[in-house]
Write a protein that binds this ligand. Structure first.
Ligand code: KIV
Ligand code: ZN
Length: 523
């Protein structure tokens, strides 16, 4: 399948809402699936498999509503080789603009002997019968011989030839248990495409699990061998170690286009927001070092790397995080950071340091960085403020007191200095939760209509004395702003992070406002 520019087009089949949802503890309700399906459509996937309609009324409803609501994306109903499953999947996808039925039936001896308790002949007959049944209702029928990579060519070819004869249009050959190696998986597709009668009449699809960490490499090998469909999940979520990760596959194809010479419809700028939404809705945190979407994926601590990046980003980065919608700063300030990185970071906040001030900041920074892993922006700004002898943040959170417990209400009192006005005030706030109470108190100090958007909490050390790190995202108008803080008291960390995010929002809004005012005065 080539697109209008003559480049082979790889169709991205997203199964986050079906195979991905099979990850332990990841289940989603109907409304969540609908929201995610809209997000996946915005990301540019070609097919969405929203669930297993026969498995529960909720899944049936989710597939049905997504079929009705989402335009421009193919919707796939999942079914065993069982009439009731097929009927349910056909009914659920009835109103889709474009639809597909995805039927699976095991083919490996171990599955036949212990799970299906069927002979090979019985499996082939059942596959024929059910594909032919499904074809009465739907044109596009995908067939998956489950555990294909442990099946062996002889029987695999027999099953595939049988379903092609009955009208299957897409053959998906899954590495169900994540057992294959890239060269084996690619070679299997090459043999199948050459040796299976009728293979020129169908399209091929890869579906890989990550038990040996090779799901992406295996899917890429299948693409090299000629498949045109790849089944993936956002963040690689799924059974056990998960599935082939959508974002890793898409960015490998985009970044190494020189090697693969294929294209997808994925919009890189939508990757990060989609990844965050999936992680939040499934309650599945993303590993810090996860490629593309992990929080460290574009962060650099080593002084030599920071210096190189500031001279030219390509020195240590092969992708541009901003192209992926990642709102993170590339440099993490810690004990390996040098003067160049410090000067650059404070300049981002509009503060120019002379050499003497930089030296003073550098000494204070190194002392702090030796005591803690990372120096956050608001801490750096406090140190820079000492170097230039004035407060650089609009507000300083001087004290926080939060009363919490298992009663109905929490209260907080925050002493906040307004650095521009030169005054200090104690604000009180309340809420059902302690963070809500602190946010309510801090919000009273700031006239701008700042909305609380998100809170991430991590434990950053072990044992009773462990510290918590909080990152708060706030929204002011269209813009999002982040603040991070670490404290032995996780509630104080959340309050400080909120204050840091608000300071960032206020500073940027006020400086944008004053630039507009300046322009208006000049004109
Ligand atoms: O992993 C697998 O084999 C599957 C299919 C049934 C395609 O999820
Ligand atoms: Zn699977």
């Amino acid at each position: 399948m080539k697109n209008e520019t003559g480049i082979r087009q790889i169709k991205i089949f997203d199964t986050t809402l079906r195979d991905g949802e099979q990850a332990p503890g990841a289940s989603l309700d109907v409304e969540q699936k609908i929201k995610l399906a809209h997000r996946l459509a915005a990301l540019g996937v070609d097919t969405i498999e929203p669930g297993f309609p026969i498995s529960s009324p909720g899944d049936f409803q989710a597939v049905q509503r997504i079929s009705r609501e989402i335009q421009g994306v193919e919707i796939c109903g999942f079914a065993r080789a069982v009439k009731a499953d097929i009927d349910s999947a056909i009914r659920a996808t009835q109103d889709a603009e474009r639809r597909r039925l995805h039927m699976f039936l095991s083919s490996s001896n171990i599955h036949l002997d212990f799970q299906l308790k069927k002979t090979r002949a019985e499996v082939v007959n059942l596959a024929r019968e059910m594909v032919s049944y499904a074809k009465r209702f739907v044109d596009e029928v995908e067939f998956s011989p489950m555990d294909a990579t442990r099946t062996g060519d002889e029987f695999l070819f027999e099953v595939l030839e049988a379903v092609i004869e009955e009208g299957a249009t897409i053959l998906n050959i899954p590495d169900t248990v994540g057992f294959a190696l890239p060269e084996e998986y690619g070679a299997m597709f090459t043999r199948v495409m050459k040796g299976v009668r009728g293979s020129d009449r169908v399209e091929f699809s890869a579906h890989c699990h990550n038990d040996l960490g090779m799901a992406v490499a295996n899917s890429l090998a299948a693409i090299r061998a000629g498949v045109t469909h790849v089944e993936v999940t956002v963040n690689g979520v799924g059974e056990r170690a998960g599935n082939c990760s959508l974002e890793e596959l898409a960015m490998a194809l985009a970044t190494r286009g020189d090697h693969f010479g294929v294209t997808t419809n994925i919009r890189p700028e939508e990757i990060y927001a989609t990844s965050q939404m999936v992680s939040r809705m499934m309650g599945a945190p993303i590993a810090f070092n996860k490629p593309i979407v992990g929080r460290n994926a574009f962060q650099h601590e080593a002084g030599i790397h920071q210096d190189g990046l500031l001279k030219n980003r390509n020195t240590y980065e092969i992708m541009d995080p901003e192209r992926l919608g990642i709102p993170r700063s590339m440099i993490v300030l810690g004990k390996h950071s040098g003067r160049h990185a410090l000067r650059h970071r404070v300049a981002e906040f509009g503060v120019e340091l002379n050499n003497e001030q930089l030296e003073q900041l550098y000494t204070a920074f190194k002392e702090k960085a030796d005591r803690q892993k990372t120096v956050h922006d608001h801490e750096l700004m406090q140190l820079a403020g000492q170097a230039v002898d004035r407060a650089l943040e609009p507000y300083t959170l001087e004290e926080v007191q939060i009363v919490t417990g298992n009663g109905a209400h929490r209260v907080a009192s925050c002493k906040i200095r307004n650095n521009e006005a030169g005054s200090t005030t104690v604000y009180t706030g309340g809420g059902e939760g302690p963070v809500e109470a602190a946010v309510d108190a801090i919000r009273r100090a700031i006239p701008e209509p700042i909305e609380f958007a998100d809170l991430e909490l991590y434990s950053v050390s072990a044992g009773e004395t462990s510290a918590g790190e909080a990152t708060v995202t706030v929204r002011l108008g269209e813009a999002l702003h982040r603040g991070t803080a670490t404290n032995r008291d996780i509630l104080v960390a959340a309050a400080e992070a909120y204050m840091a995010a608000c300071n960032r929002a206020v500073r940027e809004a006020r400086s944008a406002g004053s630039q507009t005012a300046d322009k208006q005065t000049v004109s």
